[in-house]
Design a protein around this ligand. Structure first.
Ligand code: PGA
Length: 256
């Protein structure tokens, strides 16, 4: 039994209109109960956040944005600030997703600024790290995620850190149908927890939830969640359908 409350998050990326968001959430909340041991989070696109917040009023699903700028306001055409997201009722913001890093050129420095700013605005970052296929094949997974974590958390106030959610998302597993095996996920999660322990301390490291992301599906969720350092999931494609997301939220430990 893990002593961390698990977290299952659906990252919808650039999918779903306001109407589709509301229908999904109405269906989902009829089907899942309020769990003591697991937290459910949905990350719709910016345009549907306000409607999602309203549709989720009075239930236990939490709301995440998928990205933000680090400044509170200013001349940044097209950007959305953490203060605006807080105002809408967001609980979390996904930071440093591999699509942001690889398709939109986000550097470690940008990821660090966003992480700090999300915390400073009273929300919790879901900080994503992960290696690309070439790095894995060259045996460089540990140094790559080590560097990403170190840079992203640079200068962060220790008091805030236990609330952090870290997501290990091997880039080669995102949207490809190729999931990391439970052992591969556990190996990196355990490495990341050691790293957090070295950066902060063991008590803090044991509080931080480390999610796995990358082709999570109803048929691999139970084996992933059975790993001692896998504290939850960041789900892309399978989080777009109520049926599959419901099954993922309702993961079961072996023997249950
Ligand atoms: P996927 O995406 O589940 O579709 O692989 C995961 C993610 O990008 O967070």
């Amino acid at each position: 039994m893990k002593n961390r409350r698990s977290l299952v998050a659906a990252n919808w990326k650039m999918h779903k209109t306001v109407g589709e968001t509301v229908s999904f959430l109405e269906a989902l909340q009829d089907r899942i109960e309020a769990y003591e041991d697991r937290e459910v989070v949905v990350a719709p696109p910016f345009t549907a956040l306000a409607a999602a917040r309203q549709a989720m009023e009075g239930n236990k699903i939490n709301l995440s944005a998928q990205n933000c700028h680090w400044e509170e306001k200013g001349a940044f055409t097209g950007e959305v600030s953490p203060a605006m997201l807080k105002d809408l009722g967001c609980d979390y913001v996904i930071v440093g997703h591999s699509e942001r890093r690889h398709l939109f050129g986000e550097t470690d420095e940008i990821v660090q600024k966003k992480t700090a700013s999300v915390f400073a605005h009273g929300m919790v970052p879901i900080l994503c790290v992960g290696e690309v296929l070439d790095e894995r094949e060259a045996g460089r997974t540990f140094p790559v995620v080590n560097h990403q974590v170190e840079r992203a958390l640079d200068g962060l106030n220790c008091r805030l850190v236990p609330a952090l959610v870290l997501a290990y998302e091997p880039v080669w597993a995102i949207g490809t149908g190729k999931t990391a095996t439970p052992d591969q996920a556990q190996e990196v999660h355990s490495f990341l927890r050691e790293k957090l322990s070295a950066l902060f301390d063991k008590t803090i490291a044991n509080k931080i939830r480390i999610l796995y992301g990358g082709s999570v599906k109803p048929d691999n969720v139970d084996a992933l969640m059975a790993q001692p350092d896998v504290d939850g999931l960041l789900v892309g494609g399978a989080g777009l359908e109520v049926d599959s997301f419901q099954r993922i939220v309702q993961y079961r430990f072996p023997g249950e």
